[in-house]
Design a protein around this ligand. Structure first.
Ligand code: PLP
Length: 404
């Protein structure tokens, strides 16, 4: 988007820079409202949302079910703390445990992805002997910014300035089953893996990788933690992305799309570890908050009643096929599954493509120098997807001009 000095966006950018820590740089856009899969910026421009606040706004924007659930709950009881029971938290935990298919599962409700991973780490460390406290995680993985999750994150540039952490992690190349198997030994407490690398650029592993991880964990008695913070809650055309591989993790983390835009996360713990944490071992003031839990229940209900799991599978597969047919020198293919895709583009051109798409009225994400991430609301229609497909060649042409 082109901003003039007088624009509302430019004014907000100046105030943002002055008031907030510099952790996000200066965003190019200020968004003020949304409806369905469309968003409007501070200067009145409209965009088709193909990133959903990074895989979060699963029902799009201002979805009536989410609006009603949140409005009713905030007008009834907004907060309780965990000194008392709130029925929405109970219902949400029951629903997640059942959906996960993890036998004997119990749930810790938290606020986002990083706190879901923290909970998983504490569940495993709680009763671990001194001889078995190492983790295995993947190079290029992303698990969050708080210190336990950061310790497991396979991007040295964002991890190492904050090291050391309280436990050791062995990093292995993602997708290499033999390397993973070799790294897992008697000192391994847990293996933590994304079902597809999200922040690294929507990079799926070869078929059988998660099954190999499951086998490696079983060989030594380690736990398999699958981090579905980005890939879970129907994004890939199954409730959870690991279900494409037919494996059962020991722990499962979810967040992002679960609340449809309200901050909520969960660590779902299978029976082997379901009683590892006792009273006083962990907690969260806001975890299971009634408003956040009501939002998550509205998301789960809507996904179920509107058949969004199948919708995502169908729309995603068709969209991927149509995108793959595009012929352009900057475009080399499309990877991913469901509505979690990446356009493979010429190295270094992704930022210009993101900017050109924005100018053309589409919000996408240059997740890597050679990849454009698409993670739209799960309600995206085939017709909405088709408008982007039709415009993409012109967007790529514009990106060539922007790069010159
Ligand atoms: N795990 C995965 C796989 C993620 O993609 C992310 C965020 O992108 C996180 C954890 C951290 O989530 P949050 O930013 O909500 O703390």
């Amino acid at each position: 988007m082109t901003t003039t000095a007088a624009s509302r966006t430019a004014e907000l950018q100046q105030r943002w820079n002055a008031a907030l820590l510099g952790t996000y740089g200066t965003p190019p856009l200020a968004l003020v409202s949304g409806e369905g899969c469309y968003l409007t910026d501070a200067d009145g421009r409209r965009y088709l949302d193909l990133i959903a606040g990074i895989a979060v706004s699963s029902l799009g924007h201002a979805h009536p079910a989410l609006v009603a659930a949140v409005s009713n709950q905030v007008a009834t009881l907004a907060h309780t703390s965990n000194l008392v029971i709130n029925p929405k938290a109970v219902e949400l935990a029951e629903r997640l445990a059942a959906l996960s298919g993890l036998p004997g599962a119990r749930v810790f409700l938290c606020n986002d992805g990083t706190t879901a991973i923290e909970a998983a780490v504490k569940v495993l460390l709680r009763n671990a002997p001194a001889s078995r406290r190492r983790f295995v995680a993947a190079e290029r993985s992303f698990h969050g910014r708080s210190l336990g999750a950061l310790a497991l994150t396979g991007k040295a540039a964002i991890r190492e300035p904050f090291a050391p952490f309280g436990f050791e992690v062995d990093f292995v190349p993602y997708g290499d089953a033999a390397a993973l198997d070799a790294a897992v030994g008697a000192s391994t407490l847990g293996v933590v893996l994304e079902p597809t690398l999200g922040e690294a650029g929507v990079i799926p592993p070869p078929a059988g990788y998660l099954a190999a991880a499951r086998a490696a964990c079983d060989r030594v008695g380690a736990a398999l933690v699958v981090d579905e913070v980005q890939g879970g809650i129907a994004r890939t055309g199954k409730w959870f992305a690991h279900q494409h591989e037919g494996i059962t993790p020991d722990l499962l983390t979810v967040a992002k799309g679960l609340g449809g835009g309200l901050p909520v996360g969960a660590c779902i713990v299978g029976e082997r570890y379901a009683t590892a944490l006792g009273k006083g071992d962990h907690g969260s003031t806001f975890g299971g908050n009634p408003v956040a839990a009501a939002a998550a229940l509205a998301v789960l209900d809507t996904v179920e009643h509107d058949g969004l799991v199948d919708h995502v599978a169908t729309v995603g597969a068709d969209w991927q096929r149509h995108l793959a047919a595009i012929d352009h020198p900057l475009f080399h293919g499309v990877r991913g599954r469901g509505l979690w895709l990446a356009l493979e583009v010429t190295e270094g051109t992704a930022p210009a493509i993101e900017a050109a798409a924005r100018d053309a009225g589409f919000l996408v994400n240059a997740v890597a120098p050679d990849a454009i991430r698409l993670a739209p609301p799960l309600i995206l229609s085939a017709a909405e997807a088709a408008t982007f497909t039709a415009e993409l060649p012109a967007v790529l042409d514009a990106a060539v001009r922007l790069s010159e």
